[in-house]
Design a protein around this ligand. Structure first.
Ligand SMILES: [Zn+2]
Length: 438
């Protein structure tokens, strides 16, 4: 702290002296080198040193939190950086036991894990990592930089930032606020041939390749009135609105929750569930999954549920990109690239009903719950919100019908939204709600 500004004692002495002098004569204070300018400089220097001290104290406190973290699941204070962002009527700032604070939506409960291993919450109090209370369980996906998940349609290389209220895009010399027509998903090149090129997004938004939010050519007025009681135009606007709100929530709270299990109970008239030991809903088309995934979030709750967006799936892949697959001997042995042995695939016995959340154990270790998320590879293939230029929407992850090198976690296939396959299901995500007008 040496030589940084002036000390508190020196400042007090200065002020006292100045007050005495001011009482004697005010004329002195008005000159160029008068007391007024001198005291102004002192105050500036003092403020500077206070700020430096505060920053150093904050850093020290952050380090202290990591050395002596609060007990996992305990309600803690909002981190300083999030103070103006998090709405404490919607979330409870909760310690992960490793010095991190996670926003847990009200009416959800901490179950186990931490930010890096996967912080798990449940809709039922007293639930655990075995889901024995049968709540719907979700895992926090921390998103540090929102620009890794979204981009501006017209300036895809520009930086998107969030100031707590609005996005801004510093696109090509004409900065602007991307509204809901301009904000799109950052989607990555996910083929096993060229490697999962994480960090290299599509550089241009193109109506002919995979993108979101958007319509397929199958999303006709006829299909939409049939499956979702809406029209093409209204549906596009709905998707844009939902994507924009999701992105804002992720930026505001620094992440989103992903379903810990593939979704079951998605048929009309059923209760959708994100629980272990159930068979995910197959033989169902994209439209019905889209509609009923929203029912996971109870009416009037602090969260919105949705079929997972393509950019959310890709963000999770990025989060998992360094996880190695110990069952492989090949040089390229990353889990997301080749998921053999790390999911319920063809040839794995013991889960012939294809239930989700069933432990696959290799060498005494559960291999199908990376980041505490079950069956991200393997079991059912999972539809998401991304679409292509033609008739199709994105289908990701593994399939019990095939092997883990053919259908790894990064697998991307495309299917028509009106088609049904017995091994195709989906997964939901939760976002913390914004306030009206946000
Ligand atoms: Zn832009």
């Amino acid at each position: 702290m040496k030589n940084k500004g002036i000390t508190l004692v020196a400042l007090v002495v200065t002020i006292v002296i100045m007050l005495i002098l001011a009482g004697v004569t005010l004329r002195l204070a008005l000159g160029e080198n008068g007391l007024f300018n001198i005291s102004k400089q002192s105050v500036e220097k003092y403020e500077e040193s206070v700020q430096n001290e505060e920053e150093e104290l904050d850093e020290l406190l952050e380090e202290l939190k990591h050395i002596m973290p609060e007990e996992a699941g305990k309600e803690v204070e909002v981190p300083k950086a999030e103070k103006d962002k998090w709405d404490l009527t919607k979330v409870t700032p909760t310690a992960d036991g490793k010095g991190n604070t996670i926003p847990v939506p009200k009416n959800f409960y901490y179950v186990g894990g931490d930010k890096d291993s996967g912080f798990v919450i449940s809709s039922v109090s007293g639930d655990d990592l075995n889901n024995s209370k049968k709540g719907n369980e979700f895992v926090w996906v921390p998103v540090k930089v929102i620009n890794d998940m979204v981009m501006c349609k017209e300036h895809t290389t520009a930086t998107i930032t969030f100031d707590g209220v609005n996005f801004s895009c510093d696109g090509n010399g004409h900065p602007h606020t991307p509204n809901k027509e301009y904000l799109v998903g950052q989607l990555y090149t996910p083929t096993t041939d060229n490697g999962f090129t994480a960090g290299i997004p599509y550089t241009e938004y193109n109506e002919n390749i995979i993108r979101e939010p958007g319509l397929t050519t199958v999303d006709t007025d006829e299909n939409l009135s049939n499956f979702l009681q809406t029209t093409s135009n209204e549906f596009l606007q709905e998707l844009q609105e939902e994507f924009y709100k999701m992105a804002k929530s992720v930026a505001k709270y620094g992440g989103f929750y992903i379903g810990r299990y593939e979704t079951s109970g998605l048929n009309d008239g059923e209760e959708p569930k994100v629980q272990s030991g159930l068979v995910p809903t197959g033989n169902i088309n994209w439209y019905t999954i889209y509609k009923n995934s929203k029912k996971i979030a109870q009416e009037g709750s602090n969260v919105t549920s949705s079929m997972i967006w393509g950019s959310q799936w890709d963000y999770v892949l990025n989060w998992m990109q360094d996880i190695e697959n110990p069952t492989l001997t090949e040089e390229k042995k990353y889990y997301i690239m080749d998921s053999r042995g790390m999911g319920w695939y063809y040839g794995e016995t013991g889960n012939n009903e294809h239930k989700t959340g069933i432990d696959l154990i290799k060498d005494g270790k559960v291999t199908n719950k990376e980041k505490n998320i079950y069956d991200f590879a393997g079991n059912f293939e999972e539809l998401n919100m991304a679409c292509s230029g033609g008739t199709v929407r994105a289908l990701r992850g593994g399939s019990y019908k095939l092997e883990g090198n053919v259908r790894p976690a990064c697998n991307l296939r495309l299917v028509r939204p009106d088609a049904i396959y017995e091994w195709v299901s989906s997964r939901v995500t939760l976002c913390i709600n914004l306030n009206p007008g946000e």
